[in-house]
Design a protein around this ligand. Structure first.
Ligand code: SF4
Length: 449
């Protein structure tokens, strides 16, 4: 019997749902790349998917609970479509006992794998199709960096380029070193060839990604510093903008500040996670800098890079945080005047030293401090956004605005989101936009001809 394709879509479909940080996003882009090269196409609908992957995050309890809920919710779908393959991967799976628990509780999960062996997904998929058993493989330790995995990216304008994997810092609240392994740097030639390849495909902006980008290269055979890497990427012809995240304050030295100042493609925005404004708490967090060290770096950055936008991460309610510690954080926020901040309420994570600390802060105290912090952060953001009023700024157009089809969306060099009326042909272009209205979290504007 011959089947005419006609308008019937016979291709196999995949759906990847991702929780967590850019590292997980990047892993999902690689999983999508592998699936594409196996002939799969993406779908947004669970009931149309032949393969569903949940890429999980272990950093916060909330994200974990969502994963459990989502796996449970797929049981009925799997009953209706037993051929559908459900895979669960990511940081949660690197935690002791977690894969076994997932497989025991959720018999409809077909594949479980971890962060160090995602490159083996095609093999697991093949086995899941042919073997009548749940497939589970977790590597305890990180492997050599695997290059050349195909990547399907969300945007056609900007891309994340990983420069380091893992982390050696062991902040006492964080599971990353346990679930992502020790720090490894990619070779500069591999990074540069990825960036050149992106430019040849029309990409205009890259974000160099690592848990601590400043320590890039120290473990390479031929040592290259992060500032040297920035200068190399700056030489790539056709590339317009370079961002990076995140530097660790303890390792951000003058050479990096000078590279940001000197390299015209490196934008005037630095994300510098502070976590707390109290030296006593920073010590308990094992951050290896003091409040004074941090403020000194901020001063140097502001002197060297006029108009720089600073953003940060702050944790509220870390074990032992007193009202005085919290006030130190609040004062620091007011002093630095961040453009924006990712603010988090401390969440206990199994196996971390902070989880074993006795002085856990009561939930109501955490929430009350959190609200005061958010108010202070937002006040700064709004003030800074208002200072853009009537200015003409360079925008890299990233796509259509999310809320209005006739508007485009892009970002300033300082990372501000700007919406303005315009034609889609401008996507991927640098344009001049006059800011007409400042909102709390974005700006409105009009094209300058
Ligand atoms: S630097 Fe600290 S917070 Fe960042 S990933 Fe490493 S251990 Fe976690």
């Amino acid at each position: 019997m011959k089947i005419e394709k006609g308008n019937i879509d016979l291709s196999k479909k995949y759906l990847i749902e991702t929780w967590g940080c850019q590292m997980n996003e990047e892993d999902s882009e690689k999983l999508a790349g592998m699936l594409r090269s196996m002939g799969y196409e993406s779908t947004m609908f669970r009931n149309k998917a032949d393969v569903i992957i949940f890429n999980t995050c272990a950093v916060r309890e909330n994200a974990e609970l969502k994963v459990y809920g989502n796996i449970g919710a797929l049981k009925a779908l799997k009953r209706e479509n037993p051929d559908m393959i459900l895979a669960v991967c990511g940081c949660m799976m690197q935690q002791k006992g977690m894969p076994e628990e997932i497989l025991r509780k959720y018999k409809h999960v077909d594949i479980v794998f971890g962060t160090h062996n995602a490159h083996k997904f095609p093999e697991y998929l093949e086995r899941a199709r042919t073997e009548n058993a749940q497939i589970c493989e977790i590597y305890e330790k990180e492997t050599e960096i695997v290059e050349g995995i195909p990547i399907v990216r969300d945007s056609s304008v900007k891309a994340f380029v990983t420069i380091t994997y893992g982390c050696d810092n062991f902040c006492t609240f964080c599971v990353v070193p346990y679930v992502r392994g020790r720090e490894r740097s990619r070779k500069p030639q591999d990074i540069l060839s990825e960036v050149r390849d992106l430019v040849s495909k029309g990409y205009k902006e890259v974000t160099l990604l690592g848990q601590n980008v400043n320590s890039y290269g120290y473990n390479l055979q031929e040592k290259v510093t992060f500032s040297e890497l920035l200068r190399m990427v700056n030489e790539v012809e056709g590339l317009e903008r370079i961002r990076f995240m995140s530097p660790h304050p303890k390792d951000l030295k003058e050479d990096v500040i000078e590279a940001v100042r000197d390299c015209e493609k490196v934008v005037e925005q630095i994300h510098l996670p502070v976590q707390s404004g109290s030296t006593a708490l920073l010590k308990r967090m094992n951050r290896n800098y003091t409040r004074e060290n941090y403020l000194d770096i901020v001063k140097k950055i502001k002197e060297a890079i006029p108009g720089v936008a600073l953003t940060t991460d702050i944790i509220i309610g870390f074990p032992g945080e007193t009202e005085e510690d919290f006030m130190e954080t609040l004062k620091l926020v007011e002093e630095v005047k961040y453009d924006s901040a990712y603010t988090f309420i401390y969440s206990r994570r199994k196996y971390t030293p902070a989880d074993r600390m006795k002085e856990q802060v009561p939930e109501d105290v955490k929430h009350e401090r959190f609200n005061r912090l958010v108010e202070a952060v937002n006040k700064n953001s709004i003030e800074i956004n208002k200072s853009y009023q009537d200015q003409v700024v360079e925008i890299l157009v990233e796509g259509k605005s999310k809320n209005n089809d006739e508007y485009l969306q892009g970002r300033t060099r300082t990372g501000k989101t700007v919406n303005f009326p315009g034609d889609e042909v401008l996507v991927g272009k640098l344009v001049q936009v006059k800011i007409t209205k400042a909102r709390s979290f974005s700006l409105m504007g009009e094209l300058v001809q």
